[in-house]
Design a protein around this ligand. Structure first.
Ligand code: UGA
Length: 428
């Protein structure tokens, strides 16, 4: 089905809002995006992204030049005759782990006066179960609808995920309204799930939490493999080929992080508590993830003779995963901080971490710089450029021979060939 052009407003231009606005414009809609941060809007207006997201800048420039995307300088301007208003403002964790709806409700409250009759407010940000009701109450307008359309975009592959989603979920009290939201994606071929608002909101938390549980389990299996002398790669291939389990999202690592999994698992746990439902799997995944990060530090220490104090450690990768500049809840950053805390002299290199960031350790300009005189090289993010590192040169420049690759990105054979003592997750 071809997309019929609709007028869309996008409120908030963070990761979710920027991608939604640009890609909705790409689908042929007339989009106006607004953010309280004028600097972000100015950056977008100049054809640049305020975030790092591969492939998105091309679509931005296309939609700016054909006029399908406009950066609105006021909220009122963005909402002028808008039929669909995508709410993409942050939903941070409150002190108790629950999702804080303040920014969403503020945006809805401010928007309320400017909305046209029949407009649909669509929550795109991950919002707590029950938010649609709260939004409707805040709106206090019977002529405006509310729908939930959770995003399933991964940072680093947001464009690909937007264009080829596994599913499009829309929840609304009125199923016809939900269908009009689903129709905005007309030219995208995907399974569409139309449901009630609470189910739509819960689908998002259940998805992220299940994936977090899956990774915690993989990381535990990796530790078991190290202990019993098995290899997680073979074990994973062996049990992942059972189609009920699957091979995707099964790479062990230094722990899961980012702006979504930690926040969403905490929010789901808090929802369980509020409703007196004991969500034991979530608790287990959270504490297991902590153990994974501790395990990386312990294994590094063990391989360096039981002492980290005064040892120079070169870290490769600080972002929570590759293809993003996002450091939020990054396991790499937490591990780096812990090493500093234990007296190690850390020098890190990351292709995306900005120089101006105030780290508690040194930032190097290259892999070579970071590894100079290091006793160990610790890979914490799976940036493909780390594969280009020259093992011969680096081992020679190091003051030790330990290479601990927590992401299985380097070639073990190449590195051991040049004398590295190579260690990876899930193998003794
Ligand atoms: C996640 C979900 O995958 C998206 O579907 C969702 O839309 C998004 O959260 C969100 O809620 O907005 P994202 O946080 O961008 O996306 O990152 P993921 O690619 O899911 O990775 C999460 C963490 O798991 C990272 O720390 C990553 O390194 C780790 N991971 C992922 C592994 O350790 N192994 C894997 O095999 C995959």
């Amino acid at each position: 089905m071809l997309t019929t052009m609709s007028k869309i407003a996008v409120l908030g231009t963070g990761y979710v809002g920027t991608t939604t606005a640009i890609m909705m414009a790409h689908l042929g809609h007339s989009v106006r995006a607004y953010d309280k941060d004028a600097k972000k809007l100015k950056t977008l207006m100049s054809g640049q992204l305020p975030i790092y997201e591969p492939g998105l800048e091309g679509y931005l420039n296309q939609s700016l030049s054909n006029g399908s995307l406009v950066l609105a300088d006021t909220l009122a301007h963005s909402l002028e005759s808008a039929e669909f208003i995508f709410i993409c403002v942050p939903t941070p964790s409150a002190e108790d782990g629950s999702a804080d709806l303040r920014f969403v409700l503020d945006a809805v409250g401010e928007a309320s006066l400017h909305l046209s009759k029949g407009a649909v407010i669509v929550t795109k940000s991950t919002v707590p179960v029950g938010s649609s009701e709260k939004i409707a109450a805040k709106l206090a307008r019977t002529d405006v609808h509310v729908a939930s359309n959770p995003e399933f975009l991964r940072e680093g592959s947001a464009v690909e995920d937007f264009l080829n989603p596994d599913r499009i979920v829309v929840g609304a009290e009125n199923r016809n309204v939900a269908q009009t939201v689903a129709d905005l994606y007309g030219s995208i071929s995907s399974r569409v799930i139309v449901t009630d608002p609470n189910s739509a909101e819960l689908i998002k938390y259940a998805s992220n939490s299940f994936l977090a549980i899956k990774l915690s389990f993989i990381n535990e299996m990796a530790r078991l493999c190290e202990a019993v002398g098995a290899d997680i790669n073979d074990v994973m291939t062996g049990f992942g080929t059972d189609s009920r389990i699957g091979q995707k999202f099964t790479s062990p690592g230094p722990g899961w992080g980012g702006s979504c999994f930690p926040k969403d698992t905490a929010a789901l746990r808090s929802l369980g508590e509020e409703n007196s439902v004991d969500l034991q799997m979530i608790d287990a995944a959270l504490s297991s993830n902590l153990s994974t990060k501790k395990h990386v530090v312990a294994r590094l220490r063990k391989n360096l003779g039981g002492e980290l104090s005064g040892k120079k450690i070169a870290i490769l990768g600080l972002t929570f995963k590759a293809f993003t500049d996002d450091l939020r809840e990054s396991p790499a950053l937490e591990i780096a901080k812990e090493l500093v805390h234990l007296g190690a002299l850390v020098t890190a290199f990351d292709p995306q971490s900005k120089k101006q960031q105030d780290f508690e350790f040194e930032l190097a300009d290259s892999i070579d710089d970071a590894s100079l005189n290091a006793e160990a090289l610790l890979v914490l993010t799976e940036w493909p450029e780390f594969r280009e590192a020259n093992p011969e040169q680096i081992i020679r420049a190091m003051n030790g021979d330990l290479v601990f690759d927590t992401r299985d990105i380097l070639s073990e054979n190449d590195w051991t060939h040049y004398g590295a003592r190579f260690v990876r997750m899930g193998k003794k």
